[in-house]
Design a protein around this ligand. Structure first.
Ligand code: PEP
Ligand code: MN
Length: 332
């Protein structure tokens, strides 16, 4: 249940009511917002005078639901905004991993040349094998920061576990919570305490309900800026790396108020399929696309098979605008 309390009651009273009904308390400029379990369907009559409005739900998809907040929330990333009425489809691009200064400078130069604003690159990589490249860690974050300062790019990078979450929050403009990390409550709770945008990737065996409930962990802590990212599910199929759940994306767009980003690179797992899949994703009318691109994919230290080279990426990008336009979107 979500309950709006009148602002004039003051913080102490709002805290008292929150404790009484075991609810999260979010302080908004014009009201206090209490969020308790969806199992709660009513509140004691003694509080009637201080309640502005209340909302009852049949499951714990509450703050993230369109039933509560009909418009897609706006999320600001550097100088650009997605969601709301912007109609923007933000292209987030860059290598799977930050590998060296030379590499990330080349990636940054590509983005600048193509008028893109948001650079991705992992520094704490959640690898399947402990013997694979694990990322440059803090050294990589410092390189990303350098790209932000030198080129004015916004930075999105992933947090692998709760031990370095504060570091990632400090260095990034958008915190990426990966498909394997999305169940880590240490990460989710830390991200709930910042106001920086958080992009949560759906686990490859995660239901839509579980996925959206991860977003609720962040939203209920008072961080409004949650973006959902579909990146493919594990199915019986082995010819492609994962199976991109576009039906799930239709569901998220219909029932949740969080901006939705699609990641065709991890879903496909092979560069040959990424351009077509990106075009299909664009036609879904989503708020963003996350695409892996590397100056020389053959030597990439992670996800080598799926990363586009610069030429392939540029060609792909040049095909997206008419598709975006057809669904009343603009590629930014
Ligand atoms: C990535 O973005 O490089 C990544 C590891 O993604 P995922 O968490 O979706 O596997
Ligand atoms: Mn990757």
């Amino acid at each position: 249940m979500i309950i709006h309390l009148k602002k004039e009651i003051g913080s102490a009273k709002a805290q008292e009511v929150a404790a009484d009904i075991n609810a999260f308390l979010i302080e908004e400029p014009n009201r206090y917002v209490l969020v308790s379990s969806s199992g709660q369907k009513s509140i004691d009559e003694k509080y009637t005078a201080i309640i502005e409005e209340s909302f009852v739900f049949d499951n714990d998809m509450q703050l993230s639901s369109r039933a509560y907040r009909p418009e897609t929330r706006e999320v600001k990333i550097g100088n650009v905004t997605i969601g709301g009425n912007t109609g923007n489809t933000l292209v987030i691009a860059g290598p799977c991993s930050v590998e060296s200064e030379e590499q990330i400078q080349e990636s940054s130069a590509l983005l600048k040349r193509l008028n893109l604003t948001t650079l991705r690159g992992g520094c704490y990589k959640p690898r399947t094998s402990p013997y694979s490249f694990q990322g440059l860690g803090l050294e990589g974050l410092k390189l990303l920061k350098k790209m932000k300062v030198e080129h004015g790019l916004s930075i999105i990078t992933e947090v692998r576990d709760a031990t370095h979450v504060q570091e990632v929050i400090e260095y990034s403009d958008v915190i990426q919570i990966g498909a394997k990390a999305m169940y880590d409550q240490g990460i989710l709770r830390a991200c709930a305490k910042t106001r920086k945008p958080v992009l949560i990737k759906r686990g490859f065996g995660t239901t839509l309900q579980e996925f959206v409930q991860c977003a609720e962990f962040v939203l209920s802590g008072g961080n409004d800026n949650v973006i959902l990212c579909e990146r493919g599910l594990r199915t019986f199929e082995t010819k492609t790396r994962f199976t991109l759940d576009l039906c799930g994306v239709a569901y998220l767009k219909e029932y949740t108020n969080c901006p939705v980003v699609l990641d065709p690179s991890h879903a496909m797992g092979h560069a040959y399929g990424v351009p077509d899949l990106t075009r299909a994703c664009t036609a879904m009318g989503v708020d963003g696309l996350l695409i892996e691109v590397h100056p020389n994919p053959k030597v990439a230290k992670s996800d080598a098979s799926q990363q586009l080279n610069h030429e392939e990426f540029e060609t792909l990008l040049s095909t997206l605008n008419p598709l975006a336009k057809a669904v009343h979107r603009k590629i930014i």
